[in-house]
Design a protein around this ligand. Structure first.
Ligand SMILES: *Cc1c(COP(=O)(O)O)cnc(C)c1O
Length: 406
């Protein structure tokens, strides 16, 4: 899964280019930088690799979401529909622009249930934000149709699915805007970083200014001569981080082909157990395969398998999101109690608590039975087979104990 596994001479070379000039900032210093513009180069590479008209690099995936939401004009009074299974960054970004995170159920795709989205629409709904979790993708045709029908913004959180496609299009480039994270554990990494992709010039121009204190970047060589048509923040990426990403993006095709190969070997082994089923993928051919997500028949069996994997010391790399502190509603007590350091408007606070404390039994029925296995790039075929057989024997043992084996 993570690009950090293949860190090497290419990354060092790109970083050294920057160190040679000492210009660590992405803007300005035109003479001193001697033609080295790593951030601009990486933005062009993102456009070419993923097939979008515009890309704006920022300091993190979270900053990318905040920037995209601001650029799309989302804020006070607006509701954003997002899934109850995601990384905390998704709702953090919604709160950062003063909007209401309307969490709804996921289905067996582990992403937004289109039906749950429909049921959550109110006159205040402004945006639907699918999160393409664990390397795969949401049902984009269904979600795009809902957005079109209700005139809503479609913003993709594609932070976990770099390189996945849906019906031939790269995820993150299908909606009004989409984001990737390049943090240390993502498919390609900058150390820290993120990007907003869009085909809309207005959205790109707003992202460009917002992520750099509102600079319009029209002052030429003199940054001080830039104007600020609106208030922004500093979510800039540094040239050192962009340099790492530039080396990594060139390796993406290789990462994806290794992931797909390794994923397939593991899947074949687990498929031999009839009780194991797999996550539904709206476009199978487009799965980036950074995870293999699988289901057991019941929550009790799943918990027993997790406990046994742990007891045998082979749990590493297997994620039981249902009880994970960072990825699922079950453990987000800070959100359920709306614990913030700065004061929220009382109406927003009440809305946050209302939506975080709804009934998520449909999601529980899916997530309670799901385990995701992270696919490593560095596994040998031998290691995958050993891992697969170990997992298989644990699963078989527990199934026997629960007497559901045919
Ligand atoms: C990693 C991630 C983010 C945020 O990325 P950072 O770069 O760590 O801020 C957002 N959404 C999802 C689904 C993620 O997995």
């Amino acid at each position: 899964m993570p690009g950090f596994e293949f860190f090497g001479a290419e990354e060092r070379k790109e970083v050294n280019d920057v160190l040679e000039t000492g210009i660590l900032m992405r803007y300005g210093f035109d003479g001193a930088r001697k033609g080295i513009w790593k951030s601009k180069e990486l933005e062009a590479a993102v456009c070419a690799t993923f097939g979008c008209n515009y890309a704006q690099l920022v300091s993190s995936g979270t900053a990318a979401l905040t920037t995209a939401m601001s650029a799309l004009g989302i804020g006070y009074g607006d509701e954003i529909i997002l899934p109850a299974f995601t990384f905390v960054a998704s709702f953090e970004a919604v709160l950062s622009v003063g909007a209401v995170p309307v969490l709804v159920d996921v289905d067996d795709t582990l992403t937004l249930s289109p039906e749950a989205v429909r049921n959550a629409i109110t006159p205040k709904t402004k945006c639907v934000m699918p999160v393409h979790m664990c390397g795969s993708m949401a049902d984009m045709d269904a979600l795009a149709a809902i957005c079109k029908e209700h005139n809503l913004i479609l913003l993709e959180d594609a932070c976990q699915s770099i390189g996945a496609t849906y019906k031939g299009k790269k995820v993150g480039t299908i909606g009004d805007a989409g984001t990737f994270s390049f943090d240390f554990v993502k498919t390609i990494t900058c150390g820290e970083g993120g990007v907003i992709m869009t085909n809309r010039e207005d959205v790109y121009t707003a992202c460009d200014g917002y992520s750099d204190h509102g600079h319009d970047h029209k002052g030429g060589m003199d940054r001080g001569a830039d104007l600020h048509p609106f208030i922004g923040y500093n979510f800039r990426i540094s040239e050192l981080h962009a340099a790492v990403g530039l080396a990594q993006i060139k390796k993406l095709d290789n990462f994806l082909s290794i992931q797909r190969n390794n994923n397939k070997i593991l899947r074949t082994i687990l498929s031999s157990i009839p009780e194991v089923t797999f996550r539904r993928v709206p476009d199978e051919a487009g799965d980036s395969c950074s995870f293999l997500s699988w289901f057991l028949p019941t929550e009790a069996i799943t918990k027993a398998v997790v406990a046994e994997l742990k007891a045998q010391g082979i749990l590493a790399g297997n994620f039981y999101w249902f009880v994970n502190n960072w990825h699922y509603i079950s453990k987000w007590d800070h959100l359920k109690n709306s614990v913030t350091l700065s004061h929220l408007h009382p109406d927003l606070k009440a809305a946050v608590m209302h939506h975080a404390n709804k009934d998520f039994s449909a999601s529980n029925a899916v997530m309670g039975r799901c385990i995701s296995t992270a696919i490593s790039l560095s596994w040998t075929e031998e290691q995958i087979k050993t891992k697969g057989e170990q997992m298989k024997s644990v699963i078989s043992k527990i199934l026997e104990e629960h007497q559901v084996t045919a």
